[in-house]
Design a protein around this ligand. Structure first.
Ligand SMILES: Cc1cc2nc3c(=O)[nH]c(=O)nc-3n(C[C@H](O)[C@H](O)[C@H](O)COP(=O)(O)OP(=O)(O)OC[C@H]3O[C@@H](n4cnc5c(N)ncnc54)[C@H](O)[C@@H]3O)c2cc1C
Length: 553
């Protein structure tokens, strides 16, 4: 944390120099003394200090200045630094203005010019004010600050991105926090797009896109080389598993992830069935460990980069990125997983991110403390979500289409839910619409058991209703089943016939697609078991086949 600031303002250079000389002599060990030649210049300095999250202990301003007077400057500066101590430098003629300021802005003191000797007329006064300031000032957070509103989809995306990438930040809601409003005021734009992200080095990002945000917070977004032995698309458990084995076995390995490493598993509040963790572990913890492990073993990981297509120039493959870049490789693993299916009911589209969330939006849970929230879905991910939100919410209602939770959920979760008094499970029910103008206000659902349609007020609904594979990038490249999952190995050989365009004399390897040298692992692969351990295992096994393939080319 840098030293707190004392800011002096005077339009007369000689007075400004004199006051600075005296302040430096007495305070320079503990404070940073900065100066400005006018109220306007000082105000700009104050805005920049706020953006860098620096502490300001004291404003010492001349009263009589052309343009902005001392009182006017202090009035504006206090909107940004309300707890800074404020002192006016006045001449005899200005005493009445200073006295008015005591009432108008709570002026702490006015000093008569000249203040000689400073040991008698300046330092004792300022020492008192500064020690008083130290006793009351909150130490500012010196990391990344995100300013926005809870009901904004773009704010949710930025918070979720930072949280899932395990980047610490402080959330400041402009509707709830004075500090957030002061910070906004320090940012000169009139109607800024939210969120506004204040970085510790003073840089300010207004509603940045994810690649920009990723780069600015220190994530890697640019590959070191144009060509690799192995590229893995997708940084979930399957991709990370492949990266660990690929890199540790000497392959020049690049992993490209469009959001955050950890994939779906990274959003899980507690994974209880992963080997070796008897107490369970959070998805974020697993993602963190695996990402560090893959990097330590030499894999390069790029974040916030979307692979939009694959180009094959036999035997080489090229991934085409959303930023237009292209990176080549000898072997490619598609480990792009799945994402939650969208719920298509009236009113939902404009509320997504403003009370309606897909998947386990863990970052939002604390915002709904003591409120009634809904979880839609009856599989394990919905069960875990309900358990997690029940720690914060007054009540969690789970709407499940089937007749019983047991049909789609592991028994340990069914038991946990049954033992949690603030979770209500409504079976044979489905959402028919949602209400709210800027934010979710009510969920309307039909209970097929009773035939009733109910409208229940609620600020949040978390949706977990099945999955869609992320396989658009290989749509016309590899063979897929009718629901878009990638076919591999034995699934490609139908009645003894190889897939279309297959020119090799061998069968496709177990996890190889219909293009030699392109493999698939994890949830995106047709027939995979949708589990963390399975995804990790498939990622590792893929690397074994990559080695075999590389011997052929
Ligand atoms: C909330 C929740 C809780 C769960 N709990 C458990 C549990 O307790 N136990 C268990 O065994 N399983 C659990 N699962 C299932 C498990 O998380 C998945 O089976 C596993 O994550 C699948 O891993 P994957 O690597 O195949 O895919 P994913 O985890 O889906 O990862 C795929 C990754 O690829 C990225 N990607 C997609 N397309 C692109 C592209 N074009 N370019 C770049 N990157 C791309 C995605 O952003 C994502 O990060 C849970 C799932 C959820 C949603």
């Amino acid at each position: 944390m840098s030293k707190p600031v004392i800011l002096t303002v005077d339009d007369e250079p000689q007075v400004l120099n004199a006051v600075n000389r005296d302040l430096r002599q007495h305070y320079k060990g503990e404070y940073r003394i900065i100066r400005a030649g006018s109220g306007e210049e000082a105000l700009e300095a104050v805005r920049q200090l706020k953006q860098r999250n620096e502490m300001v202990a004291l404003f010492l301003s001349d009263q009589r200045m052309p343009g902005m007077s001392g009182t006017q400057f202090l009035t504006e500066a206090l909107k940004i630094y309300p707890s800074a101590r404020k002192v006016l430098l006045t001449a005899y003629a200005d005493t009445s203005a200073a006295i008015e300021s005591i009432n108008a802005i709570g002026l702490d003191y006015y000093l008569m010019k000249p203040w000689d000797p400073p040991e008698q007329h300046l330092f004792p006064v300022l020492d008192d004010l500064l020690s008083d300031w130290w006793a009351t000032v909150p130490v500012p957070y010196d990391g990344i600050r995100v300013v926005g509103t809870q009901w904004s989809a773009t704010c949710h995306v930025a918070k979720d991105f930072l949280a899932r990438n395990r980047i610490p930040y402080q959330w400041l809601d402009v509707e709830l926090s004075d500090d957030a409003r002061h910070l906004m005021a320090s940012y000169a734009q009139e109607h800024p797009m939210l969120p506004i992200i204040f970085l510790p080095d003073g840089e300010v990002l207004e509603n940045p896109d994810l690649p920009t945000l990723a780069r600015k917070v220190g994530l890697k977004t640019q590959a070191n080389q144009p060509f690799y032995d192995l590229i893995i698309v997708g940084g979930g458990p399957a991709g990370l598993g492949a990266a660990v084995y690929g890199a540790s076995e000497g392959l020049k390995t690049l992993l490209i992830e469009k959001e955050a490493t950890g994939g779906q598993a990274g959003t899980s509040s507690r994974i209880e069935n992963y080997l070796g963790f008897p107490q369970g572990l959070s998805g974020a913890d697993l993602a963190q460990r695996a990402t560090i492990q893959a990097t330590r073993l030499g894999a390069e990981i790029l974040t916030a980069l979307n692979v939009v297509a694959i180009r094959v120039d036999d035997p080489y493959k090229y991934v085409i990125l959303s930023n237009g870049g292209e990176i080549g490789c000898k072997a490619l693993i598609i480990a792009t997983g799945v994402s939650v299916r969208m719920l298509n009911v009236p009113g939902i589209e404009h509320l997504t991110g403003a009370g309606v969330y897909y998947g386990a939006a863990l970052t939002e849970a604390a915002n709904y403390r003591d409120q009634h929230v809904f979880v839609i879905g009856g599989a394990n991910s919905a069960g875990q979500g309900a358990m997690f939100f029940s720690r914060y919410a007054k009540k969690v209602t789970m709407l499940v289409r089937g007749p019983a939770l047991e049909l789609g959920m592991s028994q340990y979760l069914v038991d946990q839910i049954a033992a949690t008094p603030n979770i209500e499970v409504v079976t044979r029910s489905e959402v028919v619409s949602v209400q709210g103008t800027n934010k979710l206000q009510a969920v309307i659902y039909k209970n097929h058991e009773t035939g009733e349609t109910l409208c229940v007020e609620s600020p949040a609904m978390f949706i977990f209703i099945g999955a869609m594979p992320h396989t658009e990038l290989v749509k016309n490249v590899v063979e897929m089943n009718p629901t878009g999952f990638i076919l591999t190995g034995p699934d490609l050989v139908q009645e003894g016939k190889y897939p279309k365009n297959w020119k090799l004399r061998r069968d496709p390897y177990l996890l190889e697609t219909s293009v030699p040298g392109i493999f698939s692992a994890g949830d995106a692969r047709a027939g995979s078991t949708k589990r963390v351990a399975n995804a990790v295992g498939e990622g590792a096994v893929c690397v074994n086949f990559v080695h075999q393939y590389l011997k052929e080319v």
